[in-house]
Design a protein around this ligand. Structure first.
Ligand SMILES: [Zn+2]
Length: 268
């Protein structure tokens, strides 16, 4: 896996081999020994070319309901993500999202006609009314809020969301609303979730987050004023933390981990 993943929609003329990522419900299973007749599966819309790693074509295969070539060995994406490197995560996340998109866009959302794939684009089109649909990506912002001047006394705001199953503290996050900029989503979400006002929102990094089709856009923001008042429907607890006294934070596959550890590393 040293060549890197190159996404694509049209299979190149020269392909040395094929690799199939079977999507069983929302789980993935990779096994070179499972027979796939790729031409047939493309024809019936069950195989989706994802791109190339080196000269090997990467495919997402939509496993029909009730079938399971893995005999139960398919891993849900979160478990899979914990066992592989970043490139494998990107390919598997893409596979599940493309398959799920194709499954849920078989009919036109405007007129109900069966849709057809547009050959050289990742899109489906309605032959009756012409509506074209593309894979959905839902932008969500995630932000590390700092308080105080950079240095050993600077603090960060970490919160425990109501959905966390372990006592873990993370950055604040939320979906971007229609008509909103990413920066204004940061300001709004922080205010809604913990009641404080922030400014100087700066972009740090992004990460595809296929649960089910988000793009996490990571920011840093600076506290302006206000005490923490948690919105109880979203936040169980939140507080200001210094380096060396951090609570349990999310694991390394999440962008929150990177936002927090980058900040911690700034003093080194
Ligand atoms: Zn239509």
């Amino acid at each position: 896996m040293t060549d890197g993943f190159v996404p694509g929609v049209v299979v190149p003329a020269e392909v040395a081999g094929h690799r199939f990522l079977h999507v069983v419900d929302g789980s993935v299973f990779i096994d070179e020994d499972v027979d796939v007749d790729v031409d047939v599966d493309v024809e019936v819309g069950q195989a989706h070319f994802l791109g190339m790693i080196g000269d090997v074509a990467q495919w997402a295969v939509d496993v029909p309901d009730g079938e399971d070539p893995s005999d139960g060995a398919a891993l849900d994406l979160r478990s899979f993500f914990g066992r592989v490197g970043e490139e494998e995560r990107l390919v598997a996340g893409r596979a599940v999202q493309i398959v799920e998109w194709a499954r849920t866009h078989r009919f036109c959302g405007r007129c109900g006609e069966p849709t057809e794939p547009i050959g050289d684009e990742r899109a489906m089109r309605c032959p009756r009314c012409g509506l074209a649909v593309f894979p959905r990506v839902a932008p969500a912002m995630i932000t590390l809020v700092t308080r105080g001047a950079p240095g050993p006394d600077q603090e960060i705001l970490l919160a425990r969301g109501v959905q966390f199953t372990v006592p873990m503290y993370s950055c604040l996050a939320g979906f971007v609303e229609p008509g909103e900029t990413l920066e204004s989503a940061v300001v709004r979400e922080v205010r809604e979730e913990v009641g404080v006002r922030v400014a100087n929102v700066t972009y740090r990094a992004s990460q595809p987050w296929p649960f089910p089709h988000s793009l996490m856009v990571g920011f840093r923001a600076e506290w302006v004023d206000g005490d923490i008042v948690c919105e109880p429907s979203e936040i169980l607890d939140a507080g200001w933390y210094r380096r060396g006294a951090l609570p349990q934070i999310p694991g390394p596959i999440s962008i929150a981990h990177r936002l927090i550890t980058d900040w911690v590393g700034e003093l080194d």
